[in-house]
Design a binder for this molecule. Structure first.
Ligand code: CDT
Length: 308
């Protein structure tokens, strides 16, 4: 059975003025730290190459497109792949993808330990709104800048492990994990940018946000008998705070590694994928216990319908 040392490269803030080279250089530093700890797969945050730009309202499409990557790897991201190859570390990170036919996605890719891309995922659950909202203390314009992902929730056997990806808000939806659980997933990797305490929010507000993040990830891991690595971009980006709290969770739902700062920080855990088997063959033996004849509403209806 396969064992892998899984690392989480939590990133501190990236400012609006920071170029891709700032992010890439910090990502490489984290990768070298990870190599020194024996990490074999390293997980970076959502939109790891830039500030969380969906907080900024933009009308000019040319300006919007400056935040997107037209190729992966491209000239600025190639050093990430070269270093990963040199160190023999598989990596996964998020970025904004602009396709040759002009589509915009919030994307993540997964490589093997040879630095070859083995998988791509495009974020399905896009939070926020698509027009400037005068009522909000800060904007969250993912629905303006991205199309919903069109690749579903695929999994890949990578380095001997069945792996899948999700991005940020996806982690709050049980459907995300179950779609991958039904394909035997053993490790879900996901990055996030989650707004944190601001003038409208108390310290209890932050505690609640961290709790909801952990609750979602731990439940997803347990209910699908899979490891989950959920890794943040954190700290103050141009006056806008993002929460940290990156975690690696085992198939029993226990947190096995957790970040303590809101800065660049490496966490890691030695993961023995054999422990996925217990849940998958007992309480969450889907083939024996799921009652799909009662689950029709999940795919036929999006919103709640109150008929009583
Ligand atoms: N990036 C991302 O998906 N963030 C959301 C924030 C939702 S608040 C509008 C999240 O679920 O963490």
């Amino acid at each position: 059975m396969v064992k892998l040392v899984v690392g989480g490269a939590q990133m501190g803030p990236l400012q609006k003025a920071d170029g891709r080279e700032v992010a890439v250089s910090r990502m490489i530093d984290l990768m070298r730290q990870a190599a020194s700890k024996g990490v074999e797969l390293l997980v970076y945050p959502e939109l790891a190459l830039t500030t969380f730009f969906p907080r900024w309202y933009m009308e000019n499409q040319r300006e919007v497109d400056t935040w997107f990557e037209r190729e992966m790897p491209g000239p600025q991201t190639a050093p990430l792949f070269e270093t990963a190859r040199e160190l023999g570390i598989a990596i996964t990170f998020g970025y904004a993808e602009l396709t040759p036919d002009g589509q915009h996605f919030n994307t993540s890719i997964l490589t093997n330990r040879k630095g070859e891309i083995v998988g791509k995922y495009r974020k399905i659950h896009l939070p926020g709104h698509d027009e400037f909202d005068t009522e909000r203390a800060f904007q969250h314009l993912e629905k303006r800048y991205f199309q919903p992902g069109d690749l579903g929730f695929p999994v890949w056997r990578n380095e001997g492990v069945v792996m899948g990806m999700a991005i940020c808000n996806d982690r709050r939806w049980p459907e995300t994990y179950r779609c991958m659980g039904l394909q035997g997933v053993e490790l879900v990797t996901l990055g996030y940018n989650t707004p944190s305490v601001n003038s409208q929010m108390s310290a209890e507000g932050l505690e609640q946000r961290l709790f909801h993040s952990e609750l979602s990830v731990q439940a997803g891991a347990y209910q699908n008998a899979t490891f989950v690595a959920a890794i943040a971009k954190a700290g103050m980006e141009d006056g806008h705070p993002l929460m940290g709290g990156s975690i690696i969770v085992d198939p029993n739902g226990f947190i096995v590694a957790k970040a303590e700062t809101e800065d660049d920080e490496l966490i890691h855990a030695a993961c023995d994928f054999e422990i996925c088997d217990f849940g998958k063959s007992t309480i969450f033996d889907f083939a024996r216990h799921r009652r799909i004849e009662h689950y029709g509403r999940i795919t036929s209806q999006a919103g709640a319908v109150v008929e009583v």
